[in-house]
Design a protein around this ligand. Structure first.
Ligand SMILES: [Zn+2]
Length: 289
């Protein structure tokens, strides 16, 4: 099962979030029929979404991420809540590039570098917060590190990884965030920099069978785990919600669907589930409205 842990090291001077997002990224990539580079880009953003969701204060809060770098993938959109529920999509999932020299998935080329990373905190009637930063590399992890450092004013290192095998299946995915708290000393900062400089890819550690707790305790001495949150891919859509959306259409538009198309289909962007409405179901929507 996917989990995220929140931990502290160095007497609370260093905050660590580690997440195993393998199953939720695999499910998202399958639902959206992603090619490997699109799966990596969406999976990294979903994994970052899990970090942001774990950072929310109230259980009724939600966070939405939008990345648009002007590349062939188009917009990547992810949202997450404080219960570890994450969902997302990429506009063009059939994008795949291999880097010519590293032979790795070329996420930066697929995402593009000319655009923004936007984070919207929905605090349920309390004032919303939107933070927008320019994309740094389009590799996503560096872009989120920049977002946390600039927009939330917390010096942060972020590692996001998705391992896709030759059969186009997600084998491992995860996220790691290391943040310096205001109490951090010069020695704490140097130690954290040393850890970051020698970091193995998070997806490789997860692929080796390490749990989030194993990873946190391997990286830092005297790690204290504060909380473990189960993670999953979960969408909020339903047939009733789709019916509510249909009800906002003009009556003659719904009548056209009844008489010309004999029903309609609506697909949820976030989870790719298709809902079908028959003629009589559409007719009942016009009666009620
Ligand atoms: Zn959905």
């Amino acid at each position: 099962m996917d989990t995220l842990i929140k931990a502290l090291a160095s007497n609370g001077a260093i905050r660590i979030f580690v997440a195993d997002t393998t199953e939720l990224v695999r499910e998202a990539a399958k639902r959206h029929h992603c090619l490997p580079t699109a799966a990596a880009a969406l999976g990294r953003t979903l994994s970052a979404g899990a970090l942001l969701g774990a950072n929310l204060k109230g259980t009724d809060e939600k966070v939405t991420v939008q990345i648009n770098g002007g590349g062939p993938l188009g917009t990547i959109m992810v949202d997450a809540n404080g219960q570890g529920e994450v969902r997302g999509f990429v506009a063009n999932p059939e994008v795949h590039f291999i880097h010519q020299t590293t032979h790795k998935l070329d996420v930066s080329r697929a995402v593009g570098k000319d655009g923004t990373l936007k984070v919207i905190l929905d605090r349920n009637l309390k004032s919303d917060f939107t933070g927008t930063v320019d994309l740094q590399t389009g590799e996503i992890a560096e872009d989120f590190a920049y977002y946390f450092t600039v927009s939330e004013q917390t010096p942060s290192a972020v590692s996001l990884g998705v391992l896709v095998d030759e059969h186009n299946e997600v084998k491992a995915a995860g996220a790691l965030m290391i943040q310096m708290m205001p109490s951090a000393s010069e020695a704490d900062i140097l130690m954290a920099e040393h850890v970051v400089a020698n970091l193995r890819p998070i997806s490789a550690m997860i692929s080796d069978g390490m749990t989030p707790e194993d990873i946190a305790t391997r990286l830092f001495d005297e790690t204290v785990v504060l909380e473990t949150i189960p993670l999953k891919f979960k969408c909020t859509c339903s047939k009733d919600r789709m019916a509510d959306a249909l009800k906002t259409l003009e009556r003659d538009e719904i009548e056209a669907m009844i008489h010309e198309d004999h029903g309609c289909e609506i697909t949820c962007h976030f989870c790719n589930t298709t809902y079908r409405f028959t003629e009589s179901e559409l007719y009942s929507l016009t009666v009620r409205s």
